[in-house]
Design a protein around this ligand. Structure first.
Ligand SMILES: [Zn+2]
Ligand SMILES: [Zn+2]
Length: 434
């Protein structure tokens, strides 16, 4: 077991007496850093004046100092909303108070993804966290039905959408803009709407924003990953339509843009017999384990086929299952936390762009010309042959980036002063130039 897992296991011995769960499963352990023999993390409690916070801190220090290889433990206590507003979501004002963004996605429709997203959100909210859900399904928004909220949202003075608030959960959906009827729009417009919904909703302070992503791996999904830097993605699937290839394609899409896959929830995995509660496999033998083997992605939970899920989110059925799914999700989030270290700080110095990663060993410095020349867009490279269509001498000595945008976790988009703006420049490729 690696040190981080060992530490998380030790911390999981600390149980919150009110919530009757351990502090790791509850999602209270944040931003763990291990540096040699020293470990630091934030203990984020959901109530400001938690009476036993000092005991938690002391217990954590005692448990961790007892680990072989740990000499120093730094626990910072923080209570939910006392955090400074972070600027990690770049220029997106409406997201500036949001701490974590998780996408709940599926390869195909009809797997109950929206219901799963809503139930997880309710459970996270019940732990005292501030939660929002944005339903990005432009062709069939389900949030309005699930939360029985159909009114249109209002606009703020800055012309931002103000999400609905139902039982303390903030909700935003295309359904709140256009009504429940599926929108009839073509691809590029749908992509624009998606971007608008992500960037023009004012969320205020949120601990978690859950994105109910539209099914599939197309342009809209790509836009989502490029518009907001996701902390992770949860994949919902069923064995009925579980085509391994589809699920793998979904996982690859996120991996390509450096979004950690937090795990898979297999929905409708079995039916519970109503008299003896034996599990009957609904759609034959599940092949979900194959995905674990092939992709190394954890199956967080298997949920039963349940007609009643959607009747009312308030029904307390399968509470324990939902709760343990959230536990696993929280543990994954902390385990795979790497987003902050994935987004470089970008600066310009004379004739070069400099990328600096937090904790990185060195700065990556690439001249404007080399960077411009590395473009692999269809204007710059023949898509069939892979041959460069431009030569270095085509590029002016005075080439200069007029605007640099950070695309999600993985690339830069650059508008050059020669008018070229169609290329994207993945960090990996930039590092290879050097
Ligand atoms: Zn039975
Ligand atoms: Zn190009």
């Amino acid at each position: 077991m690696d040190l981080k897992n060992l530490i998380l296991n030790e911390l999981a011995k600390i149980v919150d007496p009110d919530l009757k769960k351990d502090i790791v499963s509850l999602g209270f352990v944040k931003d763990m850093l291990i540096d040699g023999r020293s470990v630091s993390f934030i203990l984020e409690l959901t109530t400001k004046n938690c009476p036993i916070k000092d005991k938690f801190k002391k217990d954590a220090e005692d448990l961790l100092l007892a680990i072989d290889g740990i000499d120093e433990v730094h626990v910072s206590l923080s209570a939910g909303s006392s955090h400074q507003v972070s600027s990690k979501y770049g220029g997106i004002r409406g997201l500036s108070g949001v701490k974590k963004i998780i996408a709940v996605s599926s390869c195909k429709g009809g797997v109950g993804k929206s219901t799963v997203a809503a139930l997880l959100a309710k459970e996270i909210s019940s732990r005292g966290f501030k939660v929002g859900i944005v339903d990005l399904d432009i062709f069939g928004p389900s949030l309005p039905t699930l939360f029985r909220k159909h009114e249109r949202v209002s606009l703020s003075e800055n012309r931002e959408f103000i999400p609905h608030d139902v039982d303390g959960i903030k909700l935003m959906s295309f359904g709140f803009l256009v009504g429940d009827a599926p929108a009839v729009v073509r691809g590029p417009i749908a992509t624009n709407y998606t971007k608008q919904l992500l960037t023009q909703t004012f969320w205020g302070e949120l601990d978690y924003l859950i994105i109910d992503a539209p099914p599939g791996t197309g342009d809209i999904q790509l836009t989502m990953t490029q518009t907001v830097p996701l902390d992770g993605a949860l994949v919902v699937t069923t064995s009925q339509i579980l085509s391994l290839n589809d699920v793998i394609r979904g996982i690859k899409m996120f991996e390509k843009v450096n979004v950690p896959i937090l795990g898979i929830i297999e929905n409708m995995a079995y039916q519970l017999c109503c008299s003896c509660s034996a599990k009957n496999e609904t759609f034959g033998q599940s092949n979900i384990e194959k995905i674990e083997d092939l992709c190394g992605v954890n199956v967080l939970a298997q949920w039963p086929l349940e007609k009643e899920w959607t009747k009312s989110l308030d029904l307390a059925i399968h509470k324990g299952l939902i709760s343990s799914s959230v536990d696993s999700l929280m543990i994954s989030l902390e385990k795979y936390k790497k987003r902050d270290s994935l987004i470089p700080r970008v600066s310009i110095e004379n004739n070069a762009v400099i990328l600096k990663w937090e904790g990185g060993e060195k700065d990556w410095k690439v001249t404007h010309r080399d960077l411009r020349f590395s473009c692999k867009c269809a204007h710059c490279v023949d898509e069939l042959t892979g041959q460069n269509k431009i030569v270095l001498s085509d590029i002016s000595e005075d080439i200069f980036p007029k605007k640099i945008d950070i695309l999600g976790n993985y690339a830069l988009a650059i508008q050059w002063n020669d008018g070229h703006s169609s290329g994207i420049y993945p960090y990996k490729r930039i590092q290879e130039i050097l």
